[in-house]
Ligand binder design. Structure first.
Ligand code: S3P
Length: 435
């Protein structure tokens, strides 16, 4: 894919459904009694991996591309898959399904692509083993393939060293099957879609911070009680703020632009990008704030803005962890310095996102340096196109696409097809805003 400079962007659009919520709708639907319907399901490769895994465990799932129907068989209805489960590129599939497999009366092997086989699984192996499951990293390096032998589980009180919704969710899902209550505490509150959606399905969950607001995002705990039954739900998935992020950023940095992104999820555990843009002086307006089930949703309008640097750190990080590559691009177009700290988790995402962003934005002329736990960006330098290696990481490819639209010359992204992981149609949607 070759990208060249654009001189204006405008229009109204929607982005595909939220990836985290789509995954969970399949998983919880599979464990519920009855048929769960899902509208605006993300038809990205990651969520299709979740569907494939549950089909392999005997769940009938109908997906016509607009609506997904999951004919759940209840908490004890999964069957032993005939072959190895393949999570593809999806960390959410791998870690959340592990929590479910930990409680099943069979042994399963779960793996994924080359990137998944490098991502740390010790963070779920430790707590799920404490609960009684047997989990082995078959290559002995703490990564997938994982051989998981389910067991009768015990509730635990677990203090996670990382703020990770994938870790928290794996433990909570195992906790559905445990013989007592299970509590997970994390150093800062990670996305709470599992807590919101599992309680809608009928699970009893207490969230340590009560109703989550912008003000109380901080160290947090969630407690789950053993469940007898989950009940099918009708789910409407909001647009993914992590996908909207590229359009927010490109609308702010491209001259003469105004973009409205309708129906975007703005859960306070995910809305850090909005707060960062506002702190940098962005012309960003939220309108028509409403709910989709238990998730807040809004229409977001951005206009070309003069931006200044900011500091992003602490409890804010989990609320924008997937948006940091896009924010790094934003910071290149802001006056002054942007410092990102406490974001060492970026090193263990689909690629090492600190290294990959810093090396390649530097190659485009940016003044950016990597630190142990983030990056420092001194904005205001003109960027020029180059050949970008996405490392097959969807968020890297999308970040460099929007950087390229504001750079001189040609930005070439050879393996841009990886955007299909979370945003099929990304380049077409960008194209529609050009005139
Ligand atoms: C996700 C949680 C995040 C995020 C990932 C999706 C989820 O990971 O990076 O893209 O759906 O729970 P961690 O919470 O493990 O950081």
């Amino acid at each position: 894919m070759n990208i060249t400079k654009v001189h204006a962007l405008s229009g109204e659009m929607t982005v595909p459904g939220d990836k985290s919520i789509s995954h969970r709708s399949v998983m919880f639907g599979a464990l519920a009694k009855g048929t769960t319907t899902v509208q605006n399901f993300l038809q990205g490769a990651d969520c299709l991996s979740s569907i494939a895994c549950f089909k392999a465990m005997g769940i009938n799932i109908e997906n016509d591309g607009t609506q997904v129907l999951i004919h759940g068989k209840g908490l004890h209805g999964l069957s032993n898959p005939e072959s190895i489960l393949d999570a593809g590129n999806s960390g959410t599939t791998t870690r959340l399904i592990s929590g479910i497999l930990a409680a099943q009366p069979f042994t399963t092997t779960l793996t994924g692509d080359a990137s998944i086989q490098k991502r740390p699984m010790g963070r779920i192996i430790t707590p799920l083993s404490m609960m009684g499951a047997q989990i082995e990293s078959l290559s002995g390096n703490g990564c997938a393939p994982l051989k998981i032998t389910g067991a009768h589980l015990h509730g635990i009180q677990y203090s996670s060293p990382v703020a990770s919704a994938q870790v928290k969710s794996a433990i909570l899902l195992a906790g559905l099957y445990a013989d007592g209550e299970t509590r997970v505490t994390e150093p800062a509150l990670s996305r709470n879609h599992t807590e919101l959606m599992l309680s809608a399905f009928g699970a009893k969950i207490i969230s340590g911070v009560g109703d989550v607001t912008r003000e109380n995002c901080g160290s947090a705990s969630a407690t789950i009680f053993p469940a007898e039954e989950l009940y099918a739900q009708d789910i409407i998935v909001p647009g993914d703020i992590s996908s909207a992020a590229y359009f927010i950023v490109v609308g702010l940095i491209t001259p003469n632009s105004e973009i409205t992104i309708k129906n975007v999820g703005i859960n306070p555990t995910r809305d850090g990008i909005i707060r960062v843009c506002q702190a940098m002086g962005a012309d960003l307006v939220l309108e028509n704030i409403r709910s989709a089930g238990r998730e807040p949703v809004a229409d977001i309008t951005v206009r070309t803005s003069s931006l200044h640097g900011t500091v992003i750190e602490g409890a804010m990080i989990p609320t924008l962890i997937d948006e940091i590559p896009a924010i790094a691009v934003l910071a290149c177009f802001a006056e002054g310095t942007t410092t990102i700290r406490d974001a060492q988790e970026l090193k263990v995402k689909e690629s090492n996102r600190i290294d990959v962003m810093v090396k390649q934005l530097s190659a485009m002329g940016a003044d950016i340096e990597a630190t142990e736990d983030g990056m420092i960006i001194r904005g205001g330098r003109a960027l020029h196109g180059t050949v970008v290696d996405s490392h097959m990481d969807h968020r890297i490819a999308m970040s460099f696409a929007i950087a390229g639209m504001n750079s001189d010359g040609i930005t070439e992204i050879p393996d841009a097809g990886c955007v299909d992981i979370s945003y099929p149609g990304f380049f077409e949607d960008l194209q529609k805003l050009q005139y």
